[in-house]
Design a protein around this ligand. Structure first.
Ligand SMILES: [Zn+2]
Length: 140
């Protein structure tokens, strides 16, 4: 597997069916970008461009994506930043950091599309915990 250290932006209307390594395909129409995982494993990395997901910055023919790309769901678990067309590699992430990032993603998504049922069940759990604490205190 060849690691990719540079991506060239390709502005397209539709993401190609067979994307080539080394390109970052950007479809503004569908607010999505896609590239093949830069570790060389060939997995397709889809990065939706919206406030809860990724932000694409263009600067003089170069592109940057923020936040970083964390391919936790792929066997390679690679993690890198795309800045000014360059791929900069992050060290391996500890499992608890990955869990925290996933939790943050879920929170962001929930903030964008609130689920009243989910919120109520969380509230219920918090109340139950609080009540059991009070109960313990009462029993001493
Ligand atoms: Zn990979």
């Amino acid at each position: 597997m060849t690691r990719i250290d540079q991506l060239s932006p390709e502005f397209v209307e539709y993401i190609p069916e067979r994307p080539a390594p080394g390109f970052l395909y950007v479809s503004k129409r569908y607010a999505t970008a896609l590239h093949l995982c830069c570790c060389g494993c060939g997995s397709e990395v889809v990065t939706p461009l919206n406030p809860a997901k990724w932000h694409l910055k263009e600067d003089g023919g170069t592109v940057s994506l923020s936040p970083s790309i964390g391919n936790w769901s792929f066997p390679c678990q690679s993690h890198y930043w795309i800045k000014g067309n360059r791929v900069s590699w992050a060290g391996a992430m500890a499992p608890e950091v990955i869990a925290a990032v996933k939790a943050r993603d879920r929170r962001d998504a929930a903030a964008l599309a609130p689920e009243p049922a989910g919120f109520l069940s969380r509230l219920g759990r918090v109340l139950a915990r609080t009540l059991s604490k009070i109960g313990n205190w009462w029993r001493g």
